[in-house]
Design a protein around this ligand. Structure first.
Ligand SMILES: [Zn+2]
Length: 133
């Protein structure tokens, strides 16, 4: 994988950048190069769109084994969220009271530090979810 492509994918994955079909307006995350509905009509019309809004929890799970990429403290809670844009995103839930987690809970995406500082001095930031106030 080339370096520029690597960085582009990191940016999309961690900053919640999707694409919007310029033909029908559907939003996709992760980004795709062509709209499955419009196909040829959408060629060259897929525009980057940052997804930072609100959504509702459609499924959640408590994770006891931390993922190797993220040195998160286990246990932590991962949620799948249906965003107002109509796309589904998965992320860690933060700043919540465990007894209030449930399906349909309204959450918003927030920018948080994701990972440890690497040997090159880079700190990774990305989105997490927290309950709407
Ligand atoms: Zn489309």
């Amino acid at each position: 994988m080339s370096i520029p492509r690597f960085w582009r994918e990191i940016r999309q994955r961690y900053k919640g950048i999707g694409v919007e079909c310029g033909n029908c307006g559907r939003v996709f995350f992760p980004p795709r190069s062509i709209c499955p509905d419009c196909r040829r009509e959408s060629l060259g019309k897929m525009n980057e769109r940052e997804i930072v809004g609100k959504g509702k929890v459609i499924t959640y799970t408590e994770v006891h084994e931390p993922m190797p990429d993220f040195r998160m403290q286990a246990p932590y809670t991962m949620v799948m969220v249906e965003m107002d844009e109509g796309v589904r995103m998965t992320g860690q839930l933060v700043d919540f009271e465990p007894e209030k987690v449930g399906y349909g809970m309204e959450v918003e995406a927030v920018l948080r530090k994701l990972g440890e500082e690497s040997p090159s001095g880079i700190i990774y930031y990305g989105y997490k979810f927290r309950p709407c106030p």
